[in-house]
Design a protein around this ligand. Structure first.
Ligand code: G3P
Length: 226
């Protein structure tokens, strides 16, 4: 399962990449707007941090398929290997996906609120489909269950090249549920990533080990020099 950062704050990305096993970074137009920076300037910095081995997800913003296709070509040309273009799962998006898939552009179907959007995106050639878990919860439905349904629909249809990049998480439990279910990937904002292992019991246990050991061998003495 892949684990990605859903953000465009380069300092936050640098920090998370230093401490956590990160496979990539996902952005969307709102995330780029929040950075208040030129889109390609910030995206190139993110590419440098994650190197060409990391997957970088960048969304097209045109309202029509032809525009999405042109944007996708440009995005991949500028940002290089392992760049995945996010295309909204509406009729214009599906049209663009089919054209881009035929060209070999790597695709993610985004803005997914219903299982059929996910299934159709996979059928159009998307390597990833991105259900918005918390936004679906906020509409009064079960976002985790919708994501699981999409996972099952894709797996059951034999589209092995496709799978979830589950997105829009607002708590650890939503992430855990989909990790347990074995989805292809999750993308999580930095504050939620920090929250995944924020627990007073963890800190207390680690501190107790250090303090017990220092009681035995002396302050600041470790297994390196005891
Ligand atoms: O790109 C999709 C995802 O980032 C949406 O997250 O937090 O805006 O619901 P959020």
């Amino acid at each position: 399962m892949k684990f990605c950062i859903d953000n465009a704050d380069v300092e936050a990305i640098r920090r998370i990449c230093e401490y956590y096993p990160v496979d990539g970074v996902s952005t969307n137009p709102s995330i780029l707007a929040a950075s208040k920076r030129k889109p390609y300037e910030v995206l190139k910095e993110i590419r440098e941090i994650i190197t060409e081995e990391g997957e970088l997800f960048v969304q097209a913003v045109s309202r029509d398929a032809d525009g999405m296709v042109r944007e996708a070509r440009h995005i991949t040309e500028v940002l290089g290997k392992n760049t995945v273009v996010k295309i909204p799962c509406n009729p214009e998006g599906f049209k663009a996906m089919k054209l881009l898939h035929a060209e070999g552009v790597r695709l993610l179907g985004t803005a997914i609120y219903t299982p059929m959007q996910g299934f159709l995106a996979a059928k159009c050639g998307c390597e990833y489909v991105a259900p918005y878990v918390n936004r679906i919860d906020n509409m009064g439905y079960d976002g985790v269950q919708v994501a699981k349904d999409i996972h099952d629909a894709i797996a059951g249809s034999g589209y092995d090249y496709s799978g979830l990049l589950a997105a829009s998480f607002k708590n650890s439990q939503q992430v855990l549920e989909l990790v347990k279910y074995g989805v292809k990937a999750v993308t999580v904002a930095p504050d939620i990533i920090d929250g995944l292992v924020k627990n007073a019991a963890i800190d207390a246990a680690i501190e107790q080990f250090v303090s017990d050991f220092e009681g035995l061998v002396g302050k600041n003495i470790t297994m390196e020099n005891c």
